[in-house]
Design a protein around this ligand. Sequence first.
Ligand code: NAP
Length: 492
Amino acid sequence: MTEYRNYIGGRWQEALSGKTAEIINPATGESLGAAACGGREDARMAIEAADKSFYSDGVWRRMSAQDRGDILLKVADEMEKEKDNLARLESMNQGKPLREAECDVDDAVHCFRYYAGLITKPQGGIYDVNQGFGRMHSYMVHEPIGVCALITPWNYPLLMSVWKLAPALAAGNSVILKPASVTPATSVKMFEILERTGIPEGAANLVLGPGGSVGSELVENINVDMIAFTGSTEAGQQIARASVGNLKKTGLELGGKSPNIIFADSDLEQAVEWAMIGIFMNQGEICSGGSRILIESSMHDRFVSRLVERAEAMTIGNPLENPDIGAMVSESHMNKVLEYIETGKKEGAICLCGGKRCTEGNCEKGFFIRPTVFDGCDSSMTIVREEIFGPVVTVQTFDSEEEAVRMANDTRYGLAGAVFTRDITRAMRVIKEVRAGITWINCYNPCFNEAPWGGYKMSGTGRELGIHGLEEYQEIKQININLEEGPVGWYK
Ligand code: NAP
């Protein structure tokens, strides 16, 4: 049986309690192996290793940016060589279609390359100042924060880990990664790569185990200097409350309920196809998903009938065979999504397609849900208000630009949103009114290592990716150099 173990202080080890948890392929219900089920004591051991690596040894943080960058470039090369294995494993553990898993590996490779390069570029600045004490140069240097705990979700297990590992390591921090309990497989492979590319002992640690024990220890422990978390808004709120002991820095990438606003002058086929990518990619287990379609009334009938036709034609099945829709990540998550669907029906939304589990063909033993479109929705409905995190989209209509903007912003979340129209002036006017961190015009969901990613409102704090994503893992130090003789005579 395959074993997935912890990697602490440069050594692979079982959980100190000896406990394991079975890892399941959600498409078949079969076992993928046993993962270490760590607890608070494993997390403390990893914190000690990271603390020693950063504060006592200092090898990684003192290395030149260029040398750290070179190691991260090797990581990227090794990942690229392992692309097929990584993608297959991700697909089998998470349930996503293989081609989507392949894109995730490509993105992860580029993310390492991006930060390997970025860390060697100039940061900060120099000011030539003269205030009271005479002429000085004041300059800024960026330094690593220290021990960073990285806690990641199950929807993009590899990519969400790399979005944190790459900038945190590039900046010179020592890190501890805790992936989601149900999807540890590719994180373990990632650490096998980190081990053989020469990251010093203790600079990168991996602890598998539940959020309630491993995660809580990382959040509460005063020797952790930063928490970078991606997951639900509820867990993010708990983390914000529990991390105040040493006022550790927290980056929170949380949930969403994002509007996709479609005006009647849009290209119908383009709008339908992007709307599908917006909500059905990754089986709808996507934080930025365009889960609320807001369509101008005069286009409603044409748009909805084409959307339903296309959704019903989507293939669903074993992710390794590249269907359009793969398996939900777990039985319990599938049941949660099915419950939302039932609630939608009870509250009066009209289920136009899908709306149930799929057990046909090779879906018999796995956890599959058909792509589901709800029409006739209004903003009081649970399925319009709450994040479902599955292949379920709601449709509401609007009659004016003002109404569209009001409906778009009628949510506690502010992660993403899109507008479709051929009128570029209107597109810019509307998108600027949408209170969300990631927005698109005439497309939905593409994201780039170069551009900052993060939410407004209850979708989180901070930004990942881009230059901002590196700065999240850095302190800024001001160094002032006196350029003249000292202040002799300042005191009478
Ligand atoms: P989750 O239940 O919040 O869990 C995320 C991670 O946090 C897991 O590793 C989990 O461990 C751990 N965890 C849970 N409670 C914790 C606590 N109190 N203290 C410390 N760690 C804790 O989220 P999920 O169900 O895995 O992922 C889905 C959510 O992530 C959705 O809401 C989605 O929108 C959000 N997401 C956001 C983004 C973004 O960029 N904004 C990207 C992807 C996903 P266990 O696995 O052991 O529970």
